[in-house]
Design a protein around this ligand. Structure first.
Ligand SMILES: Cc1cc2nc3c(=O)[nH]c(=O)nc-3n(C[C@H](O)[C@H](O)[C@H](O)COP(=O)(O)OP(=O)(O)OC[C@H]3O[C@@H](n4cnc5c(N)ncnc54)[C@H](O)[C@@H]3O)c2cc1C
Length: 478
């Protein structure tokens, strides 16, 4: 077996923007940031956050209510957050159907899974309609088992899909069928969500930004919202000015975990991606040429996909927990998390251990206690939000954008009454307990997954810590 590159040779994360975003910016004609907000301005709708949630909301508002005056405020550049750095998996909630049914009943649970699948398709339709070549490929999302402990992780979801007449949405595969798509020697079986797709995430984000600018949405980048003052209008204060608007949408993702009102609804964990050099021939050798998005079935999941030039982008949800909602260096500069992601790549593909890793980056994910997004309104129905995607937001944020735009537009569209709107997941404890708990449980989950990857059984302490969230009523861990 080839020898892996020693950890010292791994790229230092956080020194530059993700490879995705560098590629996307490099191909743009007009890549200069939009100027920060100066002075006091009035708009019909103000949106905080230039990721998918904020931008899909703005896009759908321009579709529904063409004359409405929209301003979008982004502290960095649009797509500078996780929307321009993620794995690019776009998938529906078929794997979550048992939970959706448990929370909302079979009919409405199925309705939401179907809506999430429509959202995947709509991402592709947007790209087609607006000439955004974000590499949208609907080649399926394949979840594999890579250890005995992971076998059959999907059984319940497959059974519920069958019971509700959606058997084709989530198809169990044998070991041979999985390896025919991607021949990791660790794979033992799996399940395929045929509607799953991949995108080049930053091209999608930057394409959205371009379309919004073309449609007259005012975007201020380098503009951090420091304070929200409820009222009519709602006021958003920034370092250089103030926006007044009767309707405000918050699409701040993990940053919301630092805001009063959301602090006990979210916690933050980091996820990291390593990117290999181009290896199209080696991908051919392992039969992974169909463009499938693939994961194993760990809680601290390994997720991997290929690029157009034959690289592997390999992600791992193995980063640290955040404290107090601050999004600092641990989310972008954690060399240990990069080393663990690289170890995951070499564990699942030992035959690629000699392949050079050329880039690495990380970002925050916003975990809700049921791992579904929270969508709702505050302050007399003038401030609306969507967050808590729990690391699965590329497809669902398309749906959130539709829902938020419908709410702002009067709330008569049935989509704004999907049961996910206004649902309240269990709260997390306040700091410092949120951080201490998140960190201890996080470490137990990483340890449990690593031990199980070796085909061993974790000790009782690790098993108990990994179960603790379930005993406390949170849907986190195993
Ligand atoms: C490494 C990594 C890999 C991932 N892989 C996948 C994947 O493959 N598939 C998947 O479905 N999901 C994945 N995710 C999650 C996915 O990226 C997110 O769920 C999704 O991008 C959420 O979009 P968003 O617009 O809500 O958030 P973001 O993209 O985080 O956008 C929020 C924006 O708000 C801005 N902001 C925050 N606070 C303020 C403020 N006060 N003032 C102004 N601006 C502010 C931020 O700068 C940011 O740009 C991954 C995440 C990470 C970090």
């Amino acid at each position: 077996m080839p020898e892996p590159h020693p950890p010292a040779r791994l790229p230092q994360p956080g020194t530059q923007r993700s490879w995705w975003l560098r590629e996307a910016l490099g191909a743009e004609d007009q890549r200069s940031p939009m100027p920060p907000l100066r002075g006091t301005v009035d708009f019909d709708v103000a949106i905080v956050g230039g990721g998918y949630t904020g931008m899909w909301t703005a896009y759908d508002l321009t579709e529904r209510a063409p004359g409405v005056r929209i301003v979008l405020l982004e502290q960095d550049i649009c797509g500078g957050g996780p929307s321009g750095r993620n794995g690019g998996f776009v998938h529906a909630w078929w794997d979550q159907l048992p939970l959706l049914v448990e929370l909302h009943g079979p009919e409405r649970g199925l309705e939401m899974a179907r809506a999430s699948e429509v959202a995947v398709r709509e991402v592709g339709e947007f790209c087609e309609r607006h000439g955004v070549d974000a590499w949208f490929v609907q080649a399926g999302y394949l979840q594999a088992s890579a250890s005995p402990a992971q076998d059959g992780d999907w059984d319940r979801a497959v059974a519920v899909c069958r019971e509700l007449g959606a058997a084709d949405a989530y198809l169990p595969l044998t070991e041979a069928e999985v390896r025919a798509r991607c021949a990791s020697p660790r794979f033992r079986g799996g399940v395929l969500m045929p509607s799953g797709a991949t995108v080049q995430p930053a091209i999608l984000a930057r394409g959205l930004r371009r379309v919004l600018l073309e449609r007259g949405v005012v975007i201020h980048e380098g503009t951090t919202v420091r304070r929200l003052v409820p009222g009519d209008p709602v006021r958003l204060t920034t370092d250089g000015g103030e926006v007044r608007a009767p309707q405000v949408v918050l699409g701040m993702n993990a940053w919301a975990a630092g805001w009063a009102g959301f602090r006990t609804r979210l916690m933050t964990w980091a996820s990291y991606i390593v990117l290999t050099e181009p290896i199209p021939d080696r991908l051919g050798e392992i039969g992974w040429t169909g463009g499938e998005a693939v994961t194993d079935s760990r809680f601290t999941i390994h997720y991997f996909r290929t690029t157009r030039d034959g690289r592997i982008a390999f992600g791992a949800g193995v980063g640290a927990a955040g404290y107090g909602g601050a999004i600092g260096a641990r989310f972008t500069e954690d060399r240990g998390a990069v080393a663990r992601a690289a170890a995951g790549l070499h564990h699942l593909f030992p035959m690629l251990a000699d392949v050079r890793i050329e880039d690495a980056w990380g970002g925050p994910i916003d975990i809700s206690s049921d791992r579904l997004p929270a969508i709702g309104s505050l302050h007399g129905g003038r401030v609306h939000f969507a967050h808590g995607y729990s690391g699965n937001g590329v497809g669902p944020s398309r749906l959130s954008g539709r829902i938020l735009a419908a709410i702002v537009d009067g709330g008569t569209d049935p989509i704004s009454r999907l049961p996910i709107v206004g649902a309240h997941a269990r709260r997390f404890p306040p700091e410092p307990f949120r951080y201490v708990g998140a960190r201890m449980i996080r470490e137990a989950l990483v340890r449990k997954d690593e031990v199980e990857d070796q085909g061993r059984r974790p000790n009782l302490l690790v098993r108990s810590m990994a179960r603790l969230p379930h005993w406390l009523g949170y849907r986190i861990g195993h």
